[in-house]
Design a protein around this ligand. Structure first.
Ligand SMILES: [Zn+2]
Length: 248
């Protein structure tokens, strides 16, 4: 009885929300919805961040290195469109694989394996800029909408009591994305924006191209296949290089 009542109440709530949206001036509705969606994105990001740091070993680098890394990161974040509405953060975790990944709302992670693989600040900036671009273009949130549907997101926004269970479900999708990639088009888009962010921060696109070319060379030589495995979920590296070279 109680569950049925709650369900009815929720449906009524959603219907009221939709009616309010339908009859409100367009700009107002859009901004109301995007602010609700933004706060949900922050909740999801925070939840995922917590579960990653529960599983992985966070590395605290010496102060000077941390400052240097943060300076690179900040200069890139400053070039992205969502710098005002999100608090981007960078966390180093112990992992031999050459990788970095992003969670919703701007939580970026970098593996120690990537830090020792890059040969310059510009190469590192290129990889970080790619991850910042995933957040800037809302790739994770778009994938969540596609996979779980808007109705679950609406429920999460409107029904706080169920939100723990729902957030965990949504969080799994977001974390899976970090392993599987966001799909070919989203990866190309992140490359594209990433190049603009790195150039905006004063680095040359040649540096991220060098990074990718080195990966192609090593793959050709069958070296470090395991270490570079995670990047294999991205689109073909040679195609990415071609597209970055073709950007204006
Ligand atoms: Zn990516």
């Amino acid at each position: 009885m109680r569950v049925a009542y709650k369900r009815k109440l929720l449906i009524l709530f959603i219907l009221t929300f939709l009616v309010v949206m339908a009859f409100s001036p367009r700009g107002y509705t859009a901004s109301l919805f995007s602010s609700l969606e933004l706060s949900l994105e922050k909740n999801i990001g925070q939840n995922c961040y917590q579960s990653i740091i529960d599983q992985k070993k966070v590395v605290h680098l010496p102060e000077e290195e941390t400052e240097h890394l943060n300076a690179i990161f900040k200069s890139l974040v400053n070039c992205c469109g969502r710098k005002q509405e999100l608090e981007f953060s960078l966390t180093v975790v112990e992992d031999e694989t050459v990788n970095a990944f992003a969670l919703p709302a701007g939580y970026i992670f970098v593996h120690t394996g990537l830090l020792s693989y890059v040969q310059s600040d510009g190469e590192l900036a290129g990889v970080l800029a790619h991850e910042i671009a995933h957040v800037d273009r809302k790739h994770s949130m778009n994938a969540i909408k596609r996979q779980l549907g808007m109705s679950l997101l609406l429920q999460l926004i409107l029904n706080k009591k169920k939100s723990k269970e729902g957030l965990a479900k949504v969080g799994n999708v977001a974390i899976n994305m970090t392993q599987l990639g966001y799909g070919r088009e989203a990866e190309y888009e992140a490359d594209h924006y990433g190049v603009y962010f790195m150039e905006g921060a004063g680095y040359q696109r040649e540096e991220i191209l060098n990074f990718w070319r080195r990966i192609v060379d090593q793959r050709g030589g069958q070296e470090d296949l395991v270490i570079l495995q995670l990047f294999s979920t991205h689109p073909p590296t040679s195609e990415r290089i071609k597209r970055i070279e073709g950007l204006r």
